[in-house]
Design a protein. Structure first.
Length: 89
């Protein structure tokens, strides 16, 4: 179970970050489910990327996973919203 905890943290933090970023930018091109999925995927990618670059050296593991998930989820969800908005024009 300890091996799944970072992944679960990244998924949840990514979903929160993706929805928060889309809400802050007032993106309406994609629905909540798509934002949540994009955010969760971005959260896993962001968490893995942060741990690969050595982000865990300065922070504890779960904190690094959460921050990487928030940032990665926000970025991927924002990019997905921008792509979908452009496709609707």
């Amino acid at each position: 179970m300890e091996a799944l905890l970072p992944l679960i943290t990244q998924l949840i933090a990514g979903a929160i970050g993706g929805n928060a970023a889309s809400a802050a930018l007032k993106q309406h091109a994609i629905n909540v489910v798509a934002r949540t999925i994009a955010g969760a995927l971005g959260g896993v990618g962001g968490g893995m990327l942060l741990s690969m670059v050595g982000g865990e050296a300065a922070m504890t593991g779960l904190l690094a996973d959460g921050i990487g998930g928030l940032i990665g989820g926000g970025i991927l969800s924002t990019l997905a919203g921008l792509v979908m908005a452009r496709a609707h024009r």
